[in-house]
Design a protein around this ligand. Structure first.
Ligand SMILES: Cc1cc2nc3c(=O)[nH]c(=O)nc-3n(C[C@H](O)[C@H](O)[C@H](O)COP(=O)(O)OP(=O)(O)OC[C@H]3O[C@@H](n4cnc5c(N)ncnc54)[C@H](O)[C@@H]3O)c2cc1C
Length: 289
């Protein structure tokens, strides 16, 4: 690590209130950076791309690790790790797309440390859990000394790596409502290889079928195809109310081209991402049809 640990300052609060106080007080001076699993922050420190030297270690805040399931859905503590998510039997049964995404974040070592809130706050458009949260209409609960706030996940990102989160706010919980009865979830990450790669395209679909097979509650959410993770709303509209068919799939694929704006970068190129985004959409439709 380029930055010797001894030059870093670590505050280790024992309660959320203590953490929020410390964060708030630090704003005027040398800011504290919340530190959860450290799987993003340590990479930036090691690369010398992160200037912060003061950290607020959240790991003692065990109340933020809880996963609470109820009839209306699930509330997942900010510090819940991907390992906790993928191994939680009930959660896995009720929100299989989230468990599938958790199982594809790095390898076991990373999953044992990396948290859901860290994935959200890191705000990479390639974050694997983010399309799942979009498809499930998630709400992000945040707190500061000024009070609590609930943010629709779909409105959290204002632009590339730009979050609607004040410097003294902490993410405390992520809430996913129970999907409509019969809704089918689907998750697919496409990377350079099957495991341990950053996604070229990451996708989560969710849809139910009503009378006569008409598609309802259609959610098509993507990562790595725009500056922020997004829902392909035009493609969703092209499918809503229709039965799964080759014509419906073709219409959705055409509309998708208006929804997403993939770029060429070191991991892939625009053309490949466009093709794959359409392919995973069709793969999802085949699981419904
Ligand atoms: C080898 C390796 C492989 C990886 N593979 C993947 C992958 O396949 N898919 C993927 O999506 N990611 C991957 N990552 C990235 C990383 O593991 C995830 O983004 C992870 O979820 C980050 O969580 P963390 O708890 O480690 O966050 P940290 O590194 O602790 O923090 C990340 C950011 O979130 C902020 N933060 C953390 N918690 C809170 C909170 N409660 N409130 C407000 N801000 C907060 C921090 O201040 C920081 O800005 C990989 C990383 C490594 C090193």
């Amino acid at each position: 690590m380029r930055s010797a640990l001894s030059t870093l300052e670590l505050k280790r609060p024992r309660s959320v209130d203590e953490a929020l106080d410390a964060l708030h007080q630090s704003i005027a001076g040398r800011r504290l950076t919340p530190l959860a699993g450290g799987t993003d922050l340590f990479v930036y420190l090691n690369a010398g791309t992160f200037e912060g030297r003061r950290f607020l270690d959240l790991t003692r805040l065990s109340e933020l690790s809880r996963i609470r399931l109820g009839p209306a859905g699930v509330r997942i503590g900010a510090l819940a790790t991907f390992r906790a998510i993928r191994t939680h039997k009930v959660l896995r049964g009720r929100f299989p797309a989230l468990a599938a995404a958790a199982a594809e974040v790095g390898a076991w070592q990373i999953q044992s440390r990396a948290t859901l809130a860290g994935n959200i706050a890191n705000a990479s458009p390639a974050g694997d859990s983010l399309p799942v949260l979009l498809a499930h209409d998630a709400t992000v609960h945040v707190r500061s000394v000024r009070g609590a706030r609930a943010i629709e996940f779909a409105r959290l990102y204002r632009g590339y790596r730009d979050l609607d989160l004040a410097p003294d706010e902490l993410i405390t919980e992520i809430e996913l409502p129970e999907p409509p009865k019969g809704a089918v979830p689907f998750f697919r990450k496409v990377g350079t290889r099957r495991a341990q790669s950053i996604s070229k395209v990451v996708f989560c679909g969710l849809a139910a079928q009503g009378k006569g097979g008409a598609l309802e509650h259609v959610r098509l959410a993507y990562g790595s195809v725009a500056p922020v993770p997004l829902r392909a709303t035009r493609a969703e509209q092209a499918l809503a109310g229709r039965k799964v068919s080759a014509a419906a799939a073709a219409a959705a694929r055409k509309a998708l081209a208006e929804d997403i704006a993939p770029i060429d970068d070191i991991r892939s190129d625009r053309e490949y991402r466009m093709a794959v985004a359409g392919n995973v959409l069709e793969q999802f439709l085949r699981t419904l049809g």
